[in-house]
Write a protein that binds this ligand. Structure first.
Ligand code: HZT
Ligand code: MN
Ligand code: MN
Length: 417
């Protein structure tokens, strides 16, 4: 099935919401709306500019202003719509999944029930029977408090129940035919986490504002840090104990490729990162920032890795590719169990990330030794949970955008964040 031909999404009931206009319910209206909104971004009267912004479209500014008017660029933009349709379809599913999840994410529920319900909703919308056609693009992160990223329950874990004062990062991906949307937000129910959330949300918006064709990645990082570190939080209930919010400096955004969550470029969240590398036309980026009341550095939490992904080939393969050749990787000696598990992973996930729960639901219940073998021999990379120091609170906001020739489109923008 070609997932781009006709969207399986049911029509939305509420049409007054901001994003109803950008919905990919059928492809023709979505494209027409996007085209109208793009025109609005190019010739912004206040009213049409507001429509464009609500659809996640932002005009380029400064040195990039010509891009919003040039006719050739507009033509190039039009030609890339098949790709964009898949991204928009995945983005609409992301909005619907998170809207459906919001009432369920509350104190008293387990993290397992959150991720299972979320992933079931994503599969129902995007590709119930084939994970490579559409559905979750990577495991659903539900990371609490000092843990910033890459936590999801493993089979057999003791239940973790959400509490009122938890600071919960919900990070999930959707994809349609390999076109990935990666977006995350943070929830909390007590007042103590609120100012931290506001800081991180503003910092992510600053990163989105600074992104653009030819923008230096280091400049995007600088814009993020500037806003994040202008915020203070009060950790004591009496309003005292002011602490400056810090960026988690070893986490950040990234480019995204087809079936590849990490497309090769990293978007720093502090100045000085990223060297002289620039963003380029046509690229898709996840812009994500993490704020913390802790040290600003996250370390891998040992012994409870849940996220894994096929290794991209390692240093030797990268060097071979740079020299102009691809060489078939040397076949590695493997146990039968490891070869079997790898066949399952290749068939169901390809180069998409997966987790141990997903291996168990594929029937590979007893996968521990084979998974360890494939990780030890470099076939798979492990992505353990990443945490700041004990007692720290961390928050995250993340959006996926595409650098179209004539405007940047914040694909995952919704009326929630
Ligand atoms: C890796 C493994 C996964 C990519 C970012 C991220 C969640 O921290 C270059 C920059 C899922 C995602 C990823 F299973 N990571 N976004 N959303 N995690 S990352 C990274 O490893 S690679 C950042
Ligand atoms: Mn993410
Ligand atoms: Mn990301």
């Amino acid at each position: 099935m070609d997932a781009s031909v006709k969207s399986p999404l049911p029509p939305r009931k509420v049409v007054k919401k901001r994003h109803a206009s950008a919905a990919c319910v059928t492809l023709t209206p979505a494209v027409a709306v996007a085209a109208a909104a793009a025109a609005a971004a190019a010739a912004p009267t206040p009213a049409v500019a507001a429509t464009a912004a609500a659809a996640g479209l932002c005009a380029y500014t400064d040195a990039n202003a010509y891009r919003t008017t040039d006719a050739e660029l507009a033509e190039r933009d039009r030609l890339s719509t098949p790709l964009l349709e898949r991204l928009r379809h995945a983005a609409e599913a992301h909005r619907r999944v998170r809207a459906a999840m919001r009432p369920h994410i509350r104190p008293g529920v387990t993290t397992l029930s959150v991720v299972e319900r979320l992933e079931a909703t994503s599969r129902a919308l995007l590709g119930a029977d084939d994970g490579l056609v559409g559905g979750p693009a990577f495991p659903t992160g539900v990371s609490l408090n000092a843990v910033a990223a890459h936590d999801t329950p493993n089979p057999g874990d003791a239940p973790v129940v959400l509490r009122r004062d938890d600071v919960v990062k919900v990070d999930f991906g959707t994809h349609v035919a390999g076109r990935i949307i990666d977006s995350a937000w943070t929830v909390t129910w007590s007042a103590r986490g609120r100012p931290l959330l506001a800081a991180v949300r503003a910092a992510t918006e600053a990163g989105i504002a600074a992104a653009g064709i030819d923008a230096r990645l280091s400049a995007v990082g600088g814009a993020i840090q500037e806003v994040m570190e202008s915020h203070e939080v009060h950790l004591r209930g009496d309003g005292g104990g002011a602490t400056r919010v810090r960026c988690v400096r070893n986490l950040g955004g990234h480019s995204i490729g087809p079936y590849r969550i990490h497309g090769g470029k990293i978007v720093p969240t502090v100045r000085g990162g990223g060297g002289r590398t620039r963003m380029e036309e046509g690229e898709v980026y996840a812009i994500e920032t993490f704020g913390t009341t802790g040290r600003g550095v996250c370390a891998e939490v040992p012994h409870r890795t849940s996220h894994y992904m096929r290794a991209s080939g390692g240093a030797a393969a990268a060097a071979a590719a740079a020299a102009g050749g691809w060489r078939r990787p040397k076949p590695r000696p493997r146990s039968a169990a490891a070869a079997d598990l790898l066949a399952t992973i290749d068939a169901r996930h390809g180069t998409l990330a997966f987790c141990r729960r997903w291996l168990a639901r594929a029937g590979a219940v007893d996968h521990g030794a084979a998974l360890a073998e494939l990780t030890a021999d470099g076939t798979l990379d492990a992505y353990p949970p990443l945490a700041d120091v004990a007692g720290a609170l961390t928050a995250q906001f993340e959006h996926t955008l595409v650098l179209r020739p004539t405007c940047k489109e914040v694909l995952s923008r919704g009326d929630d964040y």
